[in-house]
Write a protein that binds this ligand. Structure first.
Ligand code: IMP
Ligand code: MG
Length: 185
């Protein structure tokens, strides 16, 4: 299998350079998978992935989880095609699963301002789950303004635009096998 991970990426006229390698991503996800196994033993959690960005991370994460579990997805849109958050969250698709009395694990690709994660946790809490935990592959800690509890974080990253491994720039770049960062030079 050939993975898509060039040394330089040009996406919508911006230049990106490699930032987090496929190997580091894989290793960190394996560690989080073990922690989830431990924390949710006998709880049959349901993973809820936030589309579109989380689809690759969630696919890899779930294959490192060995306890019984389920999956569903919802879809949000907050960025439009820009590199900065619009400050608005729109829900475009809801979950089908009943989460009443269930242990929910909300899966995000990245937490930036924290607006999306806060909106989702508040929303899911209204459906009377047994618990809501959160996992994000990336966290821009300096940019986070909303009060969100992050239970599992893959990598803390600087407040810079990143691409690949599910994350897009105006819908492009999701198929890159590692994470790239905007080259400001
Ligand atoms: P927040 O609501 O400001 O935390 O933004 C969260 C959403 O914005 C994420 O789920 C991503 O879809 C998107 N996002 C934030 N930062 C980046 C980035 O650096 N690259 C691509 N998408 C991003
Ligand atoms: Mg997203």
């Amino acid at each position: 299998m050939t993975f898509n991970k060039p040394d330089k990426v040009i996406c919508n006229d911006d230049v990106f350079k490699p930032f987090i390698s496929q190997g580091r991503i894989e290793q960190r996800i394996a560690e989080i998978g073990e922690e989830i196994d431990e924390k949710f033993k006998d709880k049959k959690p349901i993973f809820i992935g936030v589309l579109n960005g989380a689809f690759i991370f969630m696919a890899d994460l779930m294959r490192h989880v060995t306890i019984p579990c389920e999956a569903d997805f919802l879809k949000l849109s907050s960025y439009g095609d820009a590199k900065v958050s619009s400050g608005q969250v729109t829900q475009r698709k809801g979950i089908d699963a009943k989460i009443d009395s269930r242990h929910v694990i909300l899966v995000e690709d990245i937490v930036d301002t924290g607006l999306s994660m806060k909106y989702l946790v508040d929303n899911l809490m209204q459906k009377n789950p047994a618990s809501v935990s959160t996992v994000t592959l990336l966290h821009k800690k300096e940019a986070t303004r909303h009060d969100v509890q992050l239970d599992f974080v893959g990598f803390e990253i600087p407040d810079r635009f990143v691409l690949g491994y599910g994350l897009d720039y105006a819908q492009e770049g999701r198929n890159l096998a590692q994470i790239y960062i905007l080259d400001e030079d």
